[in-house]
Design a protein around this ligand. Structure first.
Ligand SMILES: Nc1nc2c(ncn2[C@@H]2O[C@H](COP(=O)(O)OP(=O)(O)OP(=O)(O)O)[C@@H](O)[C@H]2O)c(=O)[nH]1
Ligand SMILES: [Mg+2]
Length: 387
C-alpha cells in the first residue's frame, strides 16, 4: 500500500485533508488513491464501515448547529466523525457564504472531527459524484460516522441523500405552507424529521402537518423528533433514531404485532427437519450462529415460520434449555412496528429484558423478554421492516 494510503488509515489528518482536496479537484492521483484503498479493503477482513448520515433542510433551519451538537455527543461516545457540508447553491451566492455555513468551532483541534465543505462543481451530477467520493474516502479512513449536510430541498439534495444510509430532514416551526411546498421531495428521502428550533412556538403544528402528510402517503413513515440544537436538546433521541439498523426502513406504525416464528429446541436438526418435511414444509435456509452456539433451520409455515434450534456446544443456551426442559418450544417471536417504543413501554411496566436491542443475522433488531414477564414463554421481539 502507498505511504499516502497508509497515513490516512493510520489517522493522519493532514494526509486525509490533502486527499480530500485532491479528490474535489478530480486529481488523478487522488482517484488512484481511492481505488487503491477500496481494493485494499476488499482483500481484508474490514472493520466496521461508517454510518453515513444525510442532514438536509431549508436554509437557516439549524442544520449546521444540529450536526455540530450531534458530533459533540458522538465524540463523548468515543466515535470519530467526518462532516461534509455541501452547498449546491454556492455557485450563485458565492463561495464566501460557504465558510459561514459551517461553524464547527467547538471541534477545533479535535482530530476526531474532520470537517470539509464543498461548493458546486458546475453541475449537480458533478457535485454528487465528488461528494460520493469524499464520503467513501472518509469511510475508508475509518471514520465511524460520516455526516453530510446539504442546504435546501431540491434535486441536488435528493441525489446526495441517496448516498446516505439514514437521512434526517430538518424543519422548523412557522414554516406553514412551506412544509407543503417541499413535501414532494421530502417524503421520499426522510427517514427522520427533526423539528429544530422547538424552543420557538409552532413546533407541534409542524409535527401535526408532517403526521398529516404521512397519513396521506403510502408505505413507511419517518420518525419525528423535536430538537433545540443550540441547547443540545433532543440530540440523544435523534442519535438513537439515526443508529437504528440502517438500510432497514421502519414501517408505518399501526400494524398489530405479528407472529414471526416459533423457536423449537431440538437434539438433532436432521431428525426434526425430516419430520416437518414429511408434513410438506420446506427448509428455506440453514444458519450457524457462533455467538449463540447454535445451528438453525427455518421452515416457513403460512405467514409465519418454524425455527429449529440445535446446540453446537455444551455451554450453548439451547443445550442448557434441553437439559432443563427437554426438547420443545423454546421461544416465540413477534414482529412489532416500533421496537424502541415497545421497549420503553415494557421497561415502564417492569418487564425483564434479557438484552439491549441488538442486530441479528440479516440486520434485524431484536430483544428477548424473560418468561417470568410473559406468563411462561421466552419472547423475542423483532423490529418489523419493509424488506
Ligand atoms: N432558537 C433557536 N435557534 C437555533 C436553533 N438551532 C440553530 N439556531 C440558529 O439558527 C441560525 C442558523 O443556524 P445554522 O446552523 O447555521 O443553520 P443551517 O441550516 O446550517 O443554515 P445554512 O447552512 O445556511 O442553510 C443560527 O443563528 C443558529 O444559532 C434552535 O434550536 N433554536
Ligand atoms: Mg449550515
Amino acid at each position: 500500500m502507498s505511504e499516502w494510503a497508509q497515513k490516512i488509515r493510520g489517522g493522519d489528518l493532514r494526509a486525509l485533508a490533502r486527499a480530500a482536496t485532491s479528490l474535489e479537484n478530480r486529481d488523478p492521483a487522488a482517484l488512484a488513491l481511492l481505488r487503491e484503498m477500496v481494493e485494499a479493503r476488499r482483500t481484508e477482513a474490514a472493520p466496521g464501515h461508517a454510518l453515513i448520515v444525510g442532514v438536509t433542510g431549508p436554509p437557516g433551519a439549524g442544520k449546521s448547529t444540529l450536526v455540530d451538537a450531534m458530533a459533540a455527543a458522538l465524540r463523548r461516545q468515543g466515535k470519530t466523525i467526518a462532516i461534509i457540508a455541501v452547498d449546491p447553491t454556492s455557485s450563485i451566492t458565492g463561495g464566501a457564504i460557504l465558510g459561514d455555513r459551517i461553524r464547527m468551532t467547538q471541534h477545533h483541534g479535535d482530530d476526531g472531527v474532520f470537517v470539509r465543505s464543498m461548493a458546486t462543481r458546475g453541475s449537480t451530477g458533478g457535485l454528487a459524484r465528488a461528494t460520493a467520493d469524499l464520503v467513501r474516502l472518509m469511510d475508508l479512513a475509518g471514520r465511524d460516522y460520516v455526516i453530510v449536510e446539504t442546504v435546501g430541498v431540491g434535486q441536488a439534495e435528493v441525489e446526495i441523500a441517496r448516498l446516505a444510509q439514514v437521512t434526517v430532514v430538518v424543519l422548523v416551526p412557522g414554516m406553514g405552507d412551506d412544509v407543503q411546498a417541499i413535501k414532494a421531495g421530502i417524503m421520499e428521502i426522510a427517514d427522520i424529521f427533526a423539528i429544530n428550533k422547538s424552543d420557538q412556538p409552532g413546533a407541534d403544528q409542524v409535527e401535526r402537518e408532517i403526521q398529516m402528510m404521512q397519513g396521506l402517503a403510502h408505505g413507511r413513515h419517518a420518525a419525528i423528533v423535536k430538537t433545540v440544537a443550540t441547547e443540545s436538546k433532543g440530540i440523544s433521541e435523534l442519535l438513537d433514531l439515526v443508529a437504528r439498523p440502517h438500510g432497514l426502513r421502519i414501517l408505518a406504525s399501526n400494524n398489530p404485532p405479528a407472529l414471526d416464528h416459533l423457536g423449537i429446541a431440538v437434539n438433532s436438526l436432521t431428525e426434526a427437519e425430516s419430520f416437518y418435511k414429511s408434513l410438506g414444509l420446506q427448509v428455506t435456509h440453514h444458519e450457524s450462529i457462533p455467538t449463540e452456539k447454535v445451528n438453525i433451520a427455518m421452515l416457513p409455515a403460512g405467514d409465519s415460520r418454524i425455527e429449529l434450534l440445535e446446540p453446537t456446544a455444551p455451554d450453548s443456551p439451547i443445550s442448557k434449555f434441553l437439559e432443563k426442559r427437554g426438547p420443545g418450544l423454546h421461544h416465540i417471536a413477534l414482529r412489532v412496528p416500533d421496537l424502541h417504543a415497545t421497549i420503553t413501554r415494557l421497561r415502564e411496566s417492569g418487564a425483564r429484558l434479557l438484552n439491549e436491542p441488538r442486530e441479528g443475522a440479516g440486520g434485524h433488531l431484536y430483544v428477548f423478554i424473560h418468561p417470568a414477564s410473559t406468563g411462561g414463554v421466552l419472547l423475542e421481539l423483532i423490529q418489523e421492516t419493509s424488506h
